[in-house]
Design a protein around this ligand. Structure first.
Ligand code: AVJ
Length: 337
């Protein structure tokens, strides 16, 4: 296992580390426009919806970290345990010299993979892509201290807009997209996004992706409506984001959190349902809305995942799951290599 994050780094070591860290920022204020545009689109539809990325302000990110620790929310710990069991095999199968991670966050699970690649002696570079600059910088500093010789090239941006800013590969690479986040894309955008990811892959590269699997609806619904109410609070937090960023006037307590598994689409739908007839104004957008809004988290069968990957020109090389088949990690390659 990796040692805990190093806090005090001797001056000489810090200087050496600095030389191995490069960070490019591509944030340009487009994020604010994208919130306004997404809200205008999403909340004027007959079935209102908001893209999940807007749920993750500082408080949202904190609440999501708490979700990951909940007894009902199995995806995080299950994915981690699959990674722990298969990391050595992944390192061997890919021979990767670099790891690109989309939505890297604190890179908590990534360390399992970096350990294996480092031990295999192939690892040269880590390329985290994330919107939160402070997280990319902290994690670059920690990882260069933990893994001697590792270079970190951080890309600060939105993985839906800045994939083309990922540097050219330095050798065989793994592009990791963990956490089941692919499930937050509706089917058409999901395939479009997988196609963009596929463009980052050369013939010798792999996509390592985590996907939550279809299972007993009771288990799924509990994972998205926990008894401690943390997921409800996470969902309602988006209303605080709208209040702050777009001068809206929502009282989060007016809304109840609902999580339902839609068997036909095979996704969890999280909704905010107004407890009574309410009309709200979003001042910055000059918009009045009557409310029920939500987001989705799709669950996969092997068939659906194979189909989505095929539409992006990818095929599964290795399918990895836990003993209860709750969650899957897949290594995929270009089908035309
Ligand atoms: C981090 C996006 C994968 O869909 O399971 C969890 C987000 N939202 N509970 C998921 C989430 C409410 C999570 N992802």
């Amino acid at each position: 296992m990796a040692s805990p994050p190093t806090r005090a780094i001797p001056a000489a070591a810090a200087k050496a580390a600095a030389a191995t860290i490069r960070i490019d920022s591509h944030l340009d204020g487009g994020e604010e426009r994208s919130l306004a545009d997404d809200v205008l689109d999403g909340l004027t539809r007959p079935f209102k919806e908001l893209p999940p990325k807007h749920f993750y302000d500082a408080r949202g990110a904190e609440l999501f970290d708490r979700i990951c620790e909940l007894p009902e929310y199995y995806p995080t710990r299950t994915e981690r345990s699959i990674l722990e069991q298969r990391a050595v095999e992944i390192a061997e199968a890919t021979g990767a010299v670099e790891l690109v991670e989309l939505g890297s966050g604190t890179a908590a699970k990534t360390r399992v993979l970096l350990d294996a690649l480092h031990a295999a002696g192939t690892l040269k570079r880590y390329v985290p892509l994330d919107v939160t600059e402070a997280m990319v910088r902290d994690c670059a500093r920690e990882l260069t201290a933990e893994y001697p010789g590792l270079r970190v090239h951080g890309v600060i941006g939105d993985f839906e807009r800045h994939l083309d800013q990922v540097p050219e590969a330095d050798g065989p690479r793994i592009v990791a997209f963990l956490g089941g986040t692919i499930g937050n894309f509706p089917p058409g955008s999901r395939r479009r996004f997988l196609r963009q990811i596929a463009r980052l892959l050369g013939p010798q590269d792999h996509l390592l992706m985590g996907t939550d699997l279809v299972k007993d609806p009771g288990v799924l619904e509990a994972a998205y409506d926990d008894s401690a109410g943390v997921t409800a609070e996470f969902n309602r937090n988006v209303l605080r984001v709208l209040n702050r960023e777009l001068e809206a006037d929502f009282d989060p307590e007016d809304f109840e959190h609902v999580a339902l598994f839609d068997r036909e689409h095979e996704w969890i739908e999280m909704r905010l349902r107004a407890r009574r007839e309410l009309t709200h104004t979003i001042r910055r957008l000059d918009l009045e809305v009557r409310f029920e809004a939500g987001e989705i988290s799709a669950k996969f069968t092997p068939e659906r995942l194979t189909g989505d990957l095929a539409a992006a020109g990818l095929e599964i090389a290795t399918w990895m799951t836990d003993s209860e088949e709750l969650f899957a990690l897949t290594l995929s390659r270009r089908s035309d290599r």
